[in-house]
Design a binder for this molecule. Structure first.
Ligand SMILES: NC(=O)c1ccc[n+]([C@@H]2O[C@H](COP(=O)([O-])OP(=O)(O)OC[C@H]3O[C@@H](n4cnc5c(N)ncnc54)[C@H](OP(=O)(O)O)[C@@H]3O)[C@@H](O)[C@H]2O)c1
Length: 315
């Protein structure tokens, strides 16, 4: 699918996992409403959620009702192969939560690659034909899974983890997506916020129970080489950031957006207006390709990139 016909038309997508108060600090509805208004007022109209992000879908449905925006959700499939009714009722549930007649983009997460997803994808393809879903995507599909999936359903996007620390997407997924015109939507561009000025010079990652940094991205860092290379990466990012009067986080976001095949960068919802503005400006900044290349080479020297998409996460 080419970029003109995609439902994704902006470089920044707001990640709404942060509205799941089982994994994240509780945010009041007033705070969330004010923050969504800020994003919309500043021209950011794409939001990413999932059927498994607790109250996130329902809250977005209520607060974004009637607003001109695009909501990406996910159909997360753990366990056995679902029946057709189970798939349909999952989609009906998301339609109810989001208070929509049609879902803009449904991204399928299939946990167990040993199970055959063919019949399930065919049901999703029917739901597109029936107008329940505008476009279909996948998330965390590895290369063999995606090669197979596109034979059975019109897949337009793959949502994957991508940052200067985790570049497994480059092993084989990126070239497949470029060849098949499948847009990469990238999560974790700041490695949960570790790629930011406030972590430069910090001796070890702090324990944080209510933040994905503490329970998700710390283990990503261990898998790719540990805390000491992260500090070297932060120094390299700071060097480029100084040159352009940007922050480390801005350069890290800009680097991901400039990688081949990346259609949009997903950055987690933040209440801080300064961070919202900074993330919007990050994607408008012009950083010379030589400086982006310098960061790519630094990252290639510092971090291991073994395996395909979502390899260690599946266990
Ligand atoms: N498909 C999947 O399996 C999957 C997995 C994970 C995430 N996701 C999606 O991707 C979204 C984004 O990923 P993520 O939030 O995990 O990772 P991320 O974007 O790398 O990190 C977000 C964190 O970075 C910090 N931050 C944001 N802007 C900043 C700035 N300008 N300067 C400094 N720090 C900044 C904030 O933390 P502090 O302000 O607290 O420091 C924020 O919570 C999620 O909400 C979700 O929608 C999908």
């Amino acid at each position: 699918m080419n970029a003109e016909s995609s439902v994704i038309s902006e470089p920044l997508i707001v990640g709404c996992w942060q509205l799941d108060n089982r994994s994240w600090k509780y945010l009041s509805e007033t705070e969330v409403e004010r923050t969504l208004d800020t994003y919309l007022a500043w021209g950011v109209t794409h939001f990413d959620t999932a059927d498994i992000y607790g109250r996130s879908e329902k809250l977005l449905g209520r607060l974004l009702k009637g607003r001109d925006c695009t909501i990406l959700t996910k159909a997360v499939l753990f366990g056995n192969i679902p029946t057709a009714n189970q798939v349909r009722s999952k989609i009906e549930n998301s339609l109810r939560n989001l208070q929509r007649e049609t879902l803009d983009l449904v991204q399928i997460h299939w946990q167990n690659p040993q199970l055959d997803f063919t019949s399930t994808l065919e049901i999703f393809a029917q739901l597109v034909e029936q107008g329940k879903i505008r476009q279909l995507g996948v998330t965390n599909f590895n290369t063999p899974m995606l090669k197979k999936a596109i034979q059975f359903a019109p897949i337009t996007t793959n949502q994957v983890q991508y940052s200067l620390i985790d570049r497994r997407v480059e092993n084989s997924m990126q070239s497949l997506c470029l060849e098949k015109e499948i847009m990469l939507l990238t999560y974790g561009p700041l490695v949960g916020g570790f790629l930011a000025d406030k972590f430069r010079g910090v001796k070890s990652p702090p324990p944080e129970n209510e933040h994905a940094r503490g329970f998700y991205y710390s283990s990503v860092i261990m898998r790719h080489g540990g805390w000491s290379p992260v500090q070297e990466m932060l120094n390299a990012l700071a060097q480029v950031a100084r040159k352009y009067e940007l922050t480390i986080a801005q350069v890290a976001l800009n680097w991901v957006k400039n990688q081949p095949g990346v259609g949009a960068v997903i950055s987690g919802l933040t209440l801080e207006r300064g961070q919202i503005q900074s993330n919007i400006e990050a994607l408008q900044a012009n950083i010379d390709s030589a400086d982006l290349q310098f960061l790519s080479e630094k990252s290639a020297d510092l971090f291991k990139q073994e395996g395909d998409i979502y390899s260690y996460e599946r266990g």
